[in-house]
Design a protein around this ligand. Structure first.
Ligand code: IDP
Ligand code: MG
Length: 168
């Protein structure tokens, strides 16, 4: 299996429960490389685009609230790109099943996830499920210059008169 990239999100419940260290320690068992990392706020557009494959599900609007941190008063996620051999399978195995009640008890979701009374699967972490999805998601969450390896083709562009913030 060739090198592969996957998006990982530590979701707002993971941040609120102070699980960042535990989750990164678990993921380090994979011996994969972290090639991008940041804390990000999640706009409605980003959340809806990220979970667009679920937009017809009855739990979609709660899922968007969950990813945006509205259920945990933590308006942020930690986004990372893990890279290396068989990255998706290795990370999904450690993450465990989508439904935290069905996830193996020692997996990340099995250890730390729960189903809320309103039925949201609060499962602490997101992992891309296959190559095409990983590419779509990584491009959604990161600019090319935030990733320290060349994962996908890029092109040069000039942004005219774009206001940016610099240190005062
Ligand atoms: P995945 O996160 O394991 O790839 P997906 O099917 O892509 O699973 O679903 C994305 C997220 O939507 C899940 O991680 C979970 O938070 C939520 N979700 C998925 N299915 C259900 C469901 O049946 N009820 C409630 N929440 C769900
Ligand atoms: Mg998925």
């Amino acid at each position: 299996m060739a090198n592969q990239a996957t998006l990982i999100l530590i979701k707002p419940d993971g941040l609120k429960k102070s699980l960042t260290g535990n989750i990164l320690t678990r993921l380090s068992e994979t011996k994969l490389e972290i090639v991008a990392a940041k804390i990000a706020t999640v706009s409605r557009e980003l959340a809806e685009e990220h979970y667009r494959h679920l937009k017809d599900k009855p739990f979609f609007s709660d899922l968007i609230k969950y990813l945006r941190g509205e259920l945990h008063n933590r308006r942020k996620v930690m986004a990372l790109v893990y890279w290396g051999e068989d990255a998706i399978k290795k990370c999904r195995q450690l993450a465990g099943s989508t439904n935290p009640e069905e996830a193996e008890s020692t997996s990340i979701r099995g250890s730390y996830g729960r189903i809320t009374t309103s039925g949201v699967y609060e499962n602490v972490i997101h992992v891309s499920s296959e190559d095409k999805e990983a590419e779509r998601e990584i491009k959604l969450w990161f600019h090319p210059d935030e990733i320290i390896v060349n994962l996908y083709p890029t092109k040069e562009a000039v942004e005219k008169e774009k206001k940016i913030k610099v240190w005062a």
